[in-house]
Design a protein around this ligand. Structure first.
Ligand code: ZN
Length: 270
């Protein structure tokens, strides 16, 4: 016990004085998602659209070659690892429910998007919204993917009619369980600037996906909502960076100790 108490005292001594003081002064965090999710360290909730462009040299660091069922033209293409792992679990769950999904398009570098955009411009003579402006594509994040059923992989193009298929409806109902959202929803076209794309899923992480899908939000609306929450919370005396620092410090009850035998780990207050 003596060794445990001295560890606790050491822990308290090591806490920066500011971290202890800040706790009392800040208003309660009441947003339904944890501050760490909104900190967006991994970029999972990053909004990318015509107003929020990615740099031409932006490429995710953890791209991994896809290892789920896909159309042959994208073999060797990549997704960010976390999104890919989640995708594999989603495909397995879909299989179990008798839904056979196919990846049609995954990570797309800026250069490819730029080439496709210029091609479309010269073909139709104007930006008709079919090919995303370079830097505005969700595919450049490495977290967005187009997913179809077998029948639709054989069609020339994709249309909102895909939404009526059993596979699209399954994805709409279950994607959030794996951390995905329907990025371009049917009644959000004016907000997203993109037509309804029941095939385009975007990884945002499980908690954010559950929240976004339950509240039927576009990523644009979600982005605006949580930024507004932080702005309001800070106007009431909160300090978001300080809150994150504070939460990163384990509370005494969470600190694990090594006993004198050096083997067993125990938590002080359990
Ligand atoms: Zn897409």
């Amino acid at each position: 016990m003596k060794i445990l108490l001295s560890c606790l005292m050491l822990t308290l001594l090591l806490l920066p004085p500011a971290a202890l003081g800040e706790a009392a002064d800040m208003p309660e965090w009441e947003y339904p998602l944890a501050p760490e999710i909104l900190e967006n360290k991994a970029g999972f909730i990053t909004l990318v659209n015509r107003q929020h462009l990615l740099d031409s040299d932006y490429a995710p660091q953890d791209l991994t070659v896809i290892n789920v069922r896909c159309v042959s033209s994208i073999r060797g293409d990549m997704l960010r690892k976390t999104a890919l792992d989640a995708m594999r679990r989603m495909f397995e769950a879909a299989d179990a429910d008798g839904m056979t999904l196919y990846l049609k398009s995954v990570y797309r570098p800026y250069s490819t998007q730029s080439y496709m955009y210029k091609n479309r411009l010269s073909k139709v003579g104007r930006d008709d919204g079919v090919v995303a402006y370079p830097g505005s594509s969700d595919h450049q994040t490495g977290l967005g993917a187009d997913i179809l059923n077998l029948e639709w992989t054989r069609k020339d193009g994709m249309t909102p009619a895909f939404g009526q298929t059993a596979e699209a409806q399954w994805m709409d109902a279950h994607c959030a369980e794996f951390g995905f959202i329907i990025r371009y929803m049917e009644d959000k076209e004016e907000i997203t600037g993109i037509i309804y794309e029941p095939w385009h899923l975007r990884y945002v992480g499980k908690e954010a996906a559950r929240y976004i899908m339950d509240h039927h939000l576009s990523l644009e609306e979600f982005d605006e909502e949580w930024h507004a929450y932080i702005a309001d919370w800070e106007a009431r005396g909160g300090d978001f960076s300080a809150l994150l620092r504070q939460r990163a410090i384990p509370t005494p009850a969470e600190v694990l100790f090594i006993t004198e035998e050096g083997e067993e780990e125990v938590s002080l207050f359990h």
